[in-house]
Design a protein around this ligand. Structure first.
Ligand code: C2E
Ligand code: MG
Ligand code: MG
Ligand code: MG
Length: 285
């Protein structure tokens, strides 16, 4: 069977590869122009204190809508931006706009304790990154501790010594630091202890089946226990059901984020949420 199909398979495969390369080049060219064409937008997903239901922060999530392609998922274009170097201007745009937005909310008298920004490994390990953060905080007049940078566990573990140094420099600026997608990247505990971080985000893949999969539940419980012994806060991402929320509450998770509570929203809707006094969604006291 393999023999009979061999030639065709090869031709088909090459055709698919050519199509993939073409798609990638098209995507890259369109992404290159996306900033100047104003096709990028930021959405913000609120993070709630699980105990009292108040808004504890919001995660900035990049959205790209292109007239030809429609909505393109960041899961698709962020890796491309990382490979092509486009992540530098895009990442800077995200950081500047998120900080400016957080400052604007403050000027409107709205209290958002933190705005989190995802930072890719490529950006984070660049020598100029701490200076960029300092410059943008000065430009926007945002208090450093209002900004949280989310680094993925895998980004930090790629070169843990350089990462520890870079994190220290960022911590000295006064920003908050979170490890994103925690549990997926093989951190060693001794490494983790060296990182001056404030918060761990339990990856969505563990939250999904937390009520039915004993292994996922055990991992989530272990992350929460470890975090509290290290005096770190824990945010669970991807909370979609009341059952997941209850499980996390009973296990002492501090904050939650997910479609059950709120989808990522445009800035105006975040302002409306913050303006509603005592807006609470986690059903806590
Ligand atoms: P992430 O940082 O782990 O972000 C969480 C992702 O989970 C977001 O997907 C969010 O919309 C989604 N999400 C939140 N709650 C739920 C839920 O209850 N259920 C489900 N199924 N999904 C939920 P999104 O916006 O598509 O972003 C995907 C990834 O792209 C992010 O994962 C992050 O790694 C990356 N990304 C997004 N924006 C940026 C950015 O500005 N810079 C960088 N470097 N990466 C970004
Ligand atoms: Mg994130
Ligand atoms: Mg995450
Ligand atoms: Mg994730």
């Amino acid at each position: 069977y393999a023999k009979r199909d061999g030639g065709n398979t090869h031709r088909r495969f090459s055709g698919q590869m050519a199509a993939a390369v073409l798609k990638r080049m098209t995507l890259e060219n369109l992404l290159r122009k996306a900033i100047e064409r104003g096709e990028l937008r930021l959405h913000y997903q609120p993070q709630f204190n699980i105990g009292n239901g108040t808004v504890a922060g919001a995660e900035t999530l990049l959205r790209w809508t292109n007239p030809e392609l429609g909505m393109v998922s960041p899961a698709e274009f962020i890796p491309l931006a990382e490979d092509t170097g486009l992540i530098a201007p895009i990442g800077e745009w995200v950081l500047r706009n998120a900080c400016a937005q957080a400052r604007a909310w403050r000027d409107q008298g709205l209290t958002l304790p933190r705005v989190a920004v995802n930072v890719s490994a490529v950006q984070f390990l660049h020598k100029g990154f701490p200076d960029l953060v300092t410059r943008i905080l000065e430009e926007t007049g945002l208090e450093p501790r209002t900004l949280e940078l989310e680094l993925t566990e895998s980004a930090l573990m790629r070169d843990a010594d350089s990462a520890a140094l870079a994190l220290r420099t960022l911590k000295d600026i006064g920003v908050q630091l979170a490890i994103d997608d925690f549990g997926t990247g093989y951190s060693s505990l001794s490494r983790l202890k060296q990182f001056p971080i404030d918060r761990l985000k339990i990856d969505r893949s563990f939250v999904r089946d937390i009520e039915t999969d004993a292994d996922d539940a055990a991992i989530a419980v272990a992350i929460i226990a470890m975090a509290s012994s290290m005096r770190l806060e824990v945010v669970a991402e991807g909370v979609e059901t009341p059952g997941q929320l209850e499980f996390l509450r009973n296990r002492g998770c501090h904050e939650v984020q997910g479609f059950l509570l709120s989808r990522p929203l445009p800035a105006e809707q975040i302002a409306a949420l913050l303006a509603r006094p005592g807006a609470r969604r986690t059903g806590g006291a």
